[in-house]
Write a protein that binds this ligand. Sequence first.
Ligand code: MN
Length: 257
Amino acid sequence: MREQSAGSGRLIDAHCHIDLFDNPAHVVAEAEAAGVYTIAVTNAPSVFRHTAALVKDCRYVRAAVGLHPELVHSHGRQVEKMPPLLQETRYVGEIGLDYTTIDQAVRRAQRDVLGKILTWCAEYKDKVLTLHSRRAAADTVEAVGANYPGSVILHWFSGSSGELERAVSYGMYFSVNLSMVGSQKGQALISRMPVDRVITETDGPFVKHGPQPAKPIHTQSVIEGLATLWHTSPDEASDTVFANFKRLLRGSSVGGR
Ligand code: MN
């Protein structure tokens, strides 16, 4: 792995569960020192302020408010705590749908919760959403729709190529991680993603970097995987991802750097 230059401010981790690491403050300090722009997602409204406090003085790390679809069956009522928290951050996640469950009532509850969150976020017009869509890509993409006012990132996308094309046509971005660049299925999907819609994530601590939970600085290894897939240099791949992230923050899905 190439050495990470301190404070470079060029790496992007668009989806990291910093609050679930053993030492979140250390992970934050390390991301700040290395200048890794990081979206610290959270899984329930009740834990948002903890992460927000952890990153309040950060230049590079931002806290997102979320309600993970796999927690909807047990914590779905917490969605009502979300509106005031949406005033405190531009970033929203982890939200979405997960159809690993075959319980139709639970799936319906997930769609209801996601629908509420999307409706609230649409009023702001500038929210950045990081969405989970395991086994539910079609419904997740359609829940957001073609003309959503805000920036939409499909995190760890694993749908079909048709679903991927639909998401692209709706202006969505994809955040890809070490597990994806290291697997045949992930590589096949990445090769179908327009280069100008790809950004990087770790999904740490769930995804590992070797034996360790992946931390924001490890997005350099995702960049190296992308460089191989794109037949370019890591520096070029990093420039592309950085330009994509800047464009996403401007709320645009149209190319041009
Ligand atoms: Mn996640």
